[in-house]
Design a protein around this ligand. Structure first.
Ligand SMILES: [Ca+2]
Ligand SMILES: [Ca+2]
Ligand SMILES: [Ca+2]
Length: 266
């Protein structure tokens, strides 16, 4: 049923009442952020490898690179792994950009390299929040994978999942309301390259995401709660836009409006 009985003017009038001030968006429970890179080469009278990794359990901005850029004892390039992470764990958002690459150079009997980046943050939402998540993953053809997941802590079911394996790219966007509780945002990107005297490889991958939180009444996700939110709720309800099915029961009626009003004043 469309929401034809409602007067838009009356609903806009309701928005003149100020909603309550937003509280803290998220409480960080646990952080693990890692970058890792490795390289290895083997040949007649040569056998050596390199590895580098960094990790942090702290919140805040983190920009870190692990590099394993290997040359042999005579100066010939062997293999190179590189993992870079630019991420943020902030009171109102979580974001990360994981870039990994692995390369072999064709100068040895056996060469390999690998790189991985991980973002794993568990957090608590003390109160109902409107959320918006965007994600992109991308890997070249090979033994590669990249993924972004949002799930309730301890639950197998994923609230949001974008992933690729072997080759490909994917992108995702989701928004809605998250009830108070414990959640986990995960990002992973991993690539490997193999080669020898006659073959070389360059493998690349990335996983990036941004998860933002807003006041539950901020329907249009622009950072403020005002008459524009009421306008868009009414628009979504009257046009049957999926975002207007606020209670998720498949129809567009007063139940949705009543729930939104609860959120608005939440
Ligand atoms: Ca708004
Ligand atoms: Ca509904
Ligand atoms: Ca209904």
């Amino acid at each position: 049923m469309k929401l034809q009985l409602l007067s838009v003017a009356a609903l806009l009038g309701a928005s003149l009442l100020a909603p309550s001030a937003p509280g803290q968006d998220l409480t960080v429970l646990q952080v693990t952020r890692t970058v890792q890179a490795q390289s290895y080469g083997y040949d007649y009278d040569y056998d050596d490898g390199l590895s580098q990794s960094h990790s942090t359990g702290a919140s805040g901005a983190w920009d870190q690179t692990a590099l394993a850029d290997q040359s042999d004892w005579w100066g010939y390039a062997v293999a190179r792994g590189k993992s870079q992470q630019v991420s943020d764990v902030a009171p109102d958002h979580l974001s990360f950009d994981l870039d990994v690459s692995a390369e072999t150079f064709g100068n040895h009997f056996l060469e390999d390299s690998s790189a991985l980046g991980d973002f794993d943050v568990a957090f608590q939402l003390p109160a109902l929040r409107r959320y918006l998540i965007t994600a992109d993953v991308d890997v070249t053809l090979g033994y590669n994978q990249a993924s972004v997941e949002l799930r309730e802590a301890g639950a197998a079911a994923k609230l949001f999942d974008v992933s690729v394996a072997q080759v490909g790219l994917d992108t995702g966007l989701a928004y809605g309301w998250l009830p108070p509780g414990d959640y986990q945002l995960l990002g992973h990107a991993e690539v490997s390259a193999f080669g020898n005297h006659t073959t070389t490889e360059l493998q690349q991958g990335s996983a990036s995401a941004e998860l933002r939180f807003f006041h539950p009444g901020d329907f249009d996700l622009n950072g403020s709660v005002d008459s524009s939110d009421v306008y868009w709720v009414v628009f979504a309800l009257t046009t049957g836009h999926p975002a207007g099915d606020i209670d998720g029961d498949g129809d567009f009626d007063y139940d949705d409006w009543d729930l939104y009003v609860t959120y608005y004043f939440g």
